[in-house]
Design a protein around this ligand. Sequence first.
Ligand code: HEM
Length: 404
Amino acid sequence: MTSAAAERCRAELEGRAPTDPGPFYAWLRENAPVYRHPQAGACFAARHDDVAELLRDRRLVAQGPGAMLATLSDPHEVQRLRPLREFYNNWMVFSSGQSHELVRAALRPWFASSVVSPVLPDVGRLAADLTGRAAEFDVLGDLGRPIAEAVVGSLVGLDDARLAQLLVWSDAAVGFLTAADPIAATTDALDAAEGFRTTAAAIMERGGTWAAHALRAVGAVDPGAVAGVLAQVVTGTMEPLPQAIANAAFALLRSPTQLASWRSAPSRHGEMVEELVRLGCPFTYAPRTATEAVEIGGVRIEAGERVLALLYSANLDPEAFPDPKTLALDRRTTGVLSFGAGVHYCLGAAVARSVLQQTLAALFAPTHEVRLAGDAEPVASLGLHGLHQLPVRLTPAAPTPSDG
Ligand code: HEM
């Protein structure tokens, strides 16, 4: 690898996480599509076809922070952090092999549309209520987050106070995963692990909710997995969904012709959402570890090496999506990788698409115009593609001649 590649990756990774990783991805795809990054201790795979293939390769497995926690040198620390190891090892995106397959097979029927849809809140009405509250609001904080919270609330069936506590634990559990110094974040993460354990037990004991049924099904095949699965569902909703809503709204607001297409063709919203999810891809990568030597894009990956499958870069690959940075609601979207692929393909993808569609339909309803009302601040992060805020202003739509 050239030193220019090393320098570019180092700059992007250390201290200057990109607010727009697009140019970095383009450079990687062109010059170093599978790049072994020394500081990151991982190979970056940037091209669409390589990413799609490696996510389906069973020799590359998901592994969470449990592996790192097991290698700490202080035996007391290892013992103190054991509950944390067990907790994260049971998140579905961090587990692999037979234990993952069993849990996934038990949980999957609960995500069938006929089973989960009746449990979800009336997102269209909720989004209409939220957008009608003030002339100016933040699409991320005042619309995306409350909607994601309502989705979690209806799945877990907890009262407001318990739900609020669960969301605090959700933030702490994710905070540990993204902390610059994870060991400093272990106290809150241990609290979160214990909180998810006791809440999962209480949900199952009380019964009668979607989560009670789903967690009991998981508990029947792997009793130790229920807390991790509950955390996976809560964080899996709270982390990407508000960002996907804000990213999609931002893309539409920046493209008046595409916004006009969206508004004029409600019957095509289902297909159009896929293009919005392609460009708005919130999770930028999925991490994997090689269990044996494999070849990706002509590069040999050794057993034990980590690989980051760059999902967002794959979605921006011109080989797969011509003129990739342009929002084109009528484009062919086969192969969008925002929800991953293979054995870890997002179980909540249909829920997410439906929530996104209903939220955007309410936000861009014909009754009002929507305009940007301030800076949409991009998040500078290697792992998350999103915004700190998306301020908008709503004004009543001008009457049309047919309004009389
Ligand atoms: C726009 C919103 C969402 C995005 C972009 C997204 C993205 C993803 C991705 C990329 C993965 C796979 C990660 C990997 O391969 O390592 C995943 C897995 C998962 N997601 Fe989502 N997700 C979203 C919403 C949801 C929702 C709403 C739920 C639940 C209600 C959910 C539940 C899950 C679960 C349970 C898994 C684990 C699947 C497994 O490992 O077998 N996700 N998600």
